[in-house]
Design a protein around this ligand. Structure first.
Ligand SMILES: [Zn+2]
Length: 342
């Protein structure tokens, strides 16, 4: 195994930089480091590390560390995880419009002093690791280029089969990620930024009703549910470059502690199952074609990730529903919703 995790937290800037520093950023970076250290999946400190201030001071320092971590990946078994917590900016008057990440020596309104997301993507893309994940907790992370089929910039992290994922603190047209700590979290996570605090809370608490380790889908669902329960945050977003909701990333410390009492029976059950585990259990869902149709209808009314799942389920339905009568039952649920504009 040659998995690597790199945590980049930039919370301190020069006094005359025009950029506001936040202690929550560095607290978040330290908490990621602690969470990775106690996770048997990541374990030994050599495999995960939090960059030191002298490294996060310049783009060169960050990129050297990133290149080294990316080069460690040897094959499909390996994971490259990169976490960035700090300030993000977006300039439309540079080619293509780009998200830039702040480093310690960045200055407000001087794009050349920031680290372009494209250099980060480029280094990640070169890694041979089977799973490559970028977690970004910063403003304008919603503007990180779309990945996947509908992308204006396809394959930003790799091709569709390369197992890449970007998880961002903000979504849709919301540009600003809050850096003010969430008081509803337990110490020390109440000193972190809200997105990282909630994500780290999922790592610490685990998901008792989830039987396996924390997959990308489970992590995203856990963060989303936690932030929604708080009622004060913008929803996070996950951009998937392939169908890797089922890819495990962290240990679930509460694995199966609250076993599911009943079979998946309702539209809600199945929407959550698909969000957590992707298409893995689709054959079971397709044994109930009418329920499958209602699940697709529901997914279509959700956010970007729900709609993407709806498309993927719909694609697979054609192969899995080999009996025409079953397909008619499936389609019978979807067609009225389409006609009704739903
Ligand atoms: Zn909260």
């Amino acid at each position: 195994m040659a998995s690597r995790a790199l945590v980049i937290g930039v919370g301190t800037y020069d006094h005359d930089s025009g950029i506001e520093g936040y202690p929550t950023i560095e607290a978040s970076a330290r908490a990621y480091g602690a969470a990775l250290a106690r996770d048997p999946r990541w374990g030994a400190a050599a495999r995960s590390r939090v960059l030191e201030p002298d490294e996060t001071r310049t783009s060169d320092g960050v990129m050297r560390a990133l290149q080294e971590a990316a080069a460690a990946g040897e094959g499909p078994e390996d994971t490259l995880l990169v976490v960035y917590v700090g300030h993000g900016a977006y300039w439309q008057d540079v080619p293509g419009g780009q998200v830039h990440f702040a480093v310690g020596s960045s200055r407000s309104n001087e794009p050349w002093t920031w680290l372009s997301a494209w250099y980060v993507y480029r280094a990640i893309r070169k890694s041979k690791a089977g799973l490559k994940v970028l977690i970004t907790d910063c403003c304008y992370s919603n503007m990180l280029p779309h990945l996947g089929a509908d992308s204006a910039l396809p394959g930003a992290l790799g091709t569709r089969s390369e197992g890449t994922c970007v998880l961002t603190a903000v979504s849709g047209s919301v540009h600003n990620a809050s850096a003010d700590a969430c008081q509803n979290l337990q110490p020390p996570l109440d000193t972190c930024t809200p997105f990282s605090g909630h994500l780290l809370n999922v790592l610490e608490q685990g998901m008792p009703d989830h039987a396996g380790d924390l997959t990308l889908g489970a992590l995203r669902a856990g963060v989303d549910e936690g932030m929604q329960a708080c009622g004060v945050h913008h929803p996070p977003r996950m951009l998937l470059n392939d169908a890797s909701e089922a890819a495990p990333l962290f240990t679930n410390h509460a694995k199966g502690r609250r076993p599911r009492a009943r079979a998946l029976d309702t539209v809600e059950d199945w929407v959550r199952e698909l969000l957590l585990n992707g298409e893995r259990s689709l054959p079971a869902l397709m044994r109930r074609p009418d329920l499958a149709g209602r699940v697709v209808v529901r997914l279509r009314t959700g956010d970007e990730q729900h709609r993407d799942l709806a498309r993927r389920v719909d694609q697979r339905a054609g192969e899995l529903l080999t009996n025409p009568a079953d397909f008619v039952r499936y389609w019978g649920e979807i067609e009225p919703a389409l006609l009704g504009g739903g």
